[in-house]
Design a protein around this ligand. Structure first.
Ligand code: SAH
Ligand code: SF4
Length: 357
């Protein structure tokens, strides 16, 4: 029996991609290995959104080389965002890797693993790729927002929305199989072409209300600029939708938000929070914050610190800005030294910790 091992870095989008890759390899008769050392196929699903995520993935890819010495039949595949990252020569950097698969391309994996055609060594029966359900349901791929710091539009491409019928059919299938919670995924689910509110309203009747544990629908990530009243009202109205909003703020300073190309102001962000809380006082609102954007002054950083204290988020993901290839922010003047970014990050983490305890 051939065995596979998948190592996943990064966001929910990558977790969802890994589930699809797993369906492909299982459909081809592979079984899951408990550890990489026991596998005949290792897939490394990479993330490049920040330098440290990229470094960790690159380190793992390099270290997998040693396993090939022990098992010469081992195949190593590198998947995800590193594959489409601009300016890389992966074949040169990782000559021991057998194949590279861009994000959201499980079909390409099937091609790579395709059994050799009959006549070149025994009869091979073609396995059907099993389209097994997942609790993550992609509703959109890619991103058109071009936030100035972000590499996602370059590595995952332009935004495309899956047709509503297709999404609903997938969810219906999952519900029939007794799925639990479902998370609708996209880089910016609020700009779903056919309307996130419409989609949620159409999902409502598909969710059975009679079981002991009613499945809950979640969605992420929401871009604050596209968080309309209609979406907020729909979440408030539908019992099957979790009262949860992940709304990445990034900065509490208007000038920095502008340089980030986020498309909203602090005032607008606060207004969205008020709207949510007016309808759902106990809503779980979480956010992402970035410190040390090029040119961020001590005062602008303090604005983020102050705002995070006022809004009282339920959880905050915090990052130090890291320059990414091709992005506009990487070319901006006044890149801050690592020490400054790290000191601000630690200060922010300390403040958020105090707030959450
Ligand atoms: N589409 C989502 C998620 C993007 S990536 C959104 O728009 O929010 C997840 C988080 O990583 C971002 O919210 C941001 O806070 C952080 N991030 C993205 N690029 C970064 C960079 N170059 N340096 C540091 N953090 C970054
Ligand atoms: Fe990146 Fe901005 Fe798109 Fe999110 S919305 S993926 S931060 S470009």
């Amino acid at each position: 029996m051939r065995r596979y091992y998948i190592k996943t870095y990064g966001c929910q989008m990558n977790v969802a991609d890994s589930e699809k890759l797993q369906n492909v390899v299982r459909g081809m008769g592979y079984e899951e290995a408990a550890e990489a050392e026991q596998a005949d196929l290792i897939l490394i699903n990479t993330c490049v959104v920040r330098q440290n995520a990229e470094d960790r993935a690159a380190w793992y890819i390099t270290s997998a080389k040693g396993l090939k010495k022990e098992n010469p039949n081992l195949k190593i595949g590198v998947c995800g965002c590193i594959v489409t990252e601009p300016g890389r020569d992966l074949k040169k950097q990782f000559p021991h890797v057998d194949f590279f698969i861009p994000p959201n391309s499980p079909g390409k994996l099937a091609e790579f693993l395709k059994p050799s055609p009959p006549g070149r060594g025994g009869t091979v029966e073609r396995q059907r790729v099993r389209a097994e359900g997942s609790t993550f349901v992609n509703i959109a791929h890619g991103c058109d927002n071009y936030c100035s710091y972000c590499v996602v539009p370059y590595v995952r491409g332009r935004e495309t929305s899956r047709p509503m019928d297709e999404v609903l059919a997938e969810i219906k299938g999952l519900m029939e199989k007794g799925a639990g919670d479902i998370t609708l995924l996209g880089q910016n689910v609020n700009s779903y072409k056919y309307g996130l509110a419409n989609l949620l309203k159409a999902i409502g009747p598909l969710v059975p209300g009679t079981r002991d544990q009613v499945p809950v629908i979640r969605f992420m990530t929401s871009h604050p600029k596209d968080m309309t009243d209609e979406i907020i009202e729909t979440v408030a109205e539908l019992p099957c939708v979790a009262k949860e909003f992940h709304l990445p703020l990034q900065s509490g300073d208007n000038e920095i938000l502008k340089k980030m190309n986020r498309g909203y102001t602090v005032e607008y962000f606060k207004d969205r929070i008020e709207k949510i809380r007016s309808l759902m006082p106990d809503a779980r609102i979480t956010t992402d914050l970035m410190v040390g954007f090029p040119g961020e002054t001590a005062e602008q950083f303090e604005n983020s610190l102050d705002l995070v204290k006022t809004i009282a988020f339920k959880a905050v993901n915090m990052f130090a800005y890291s320059p990414r290839p091709q992005t506009a922010a990487a070319k901006m003047p006044d890149q801050l030294p690592d020490e400054v970014k790290q000191a601000r990050l630690q200060k922010l983490i300390g403040a958020v910790r105090k707030m959450l305890i």
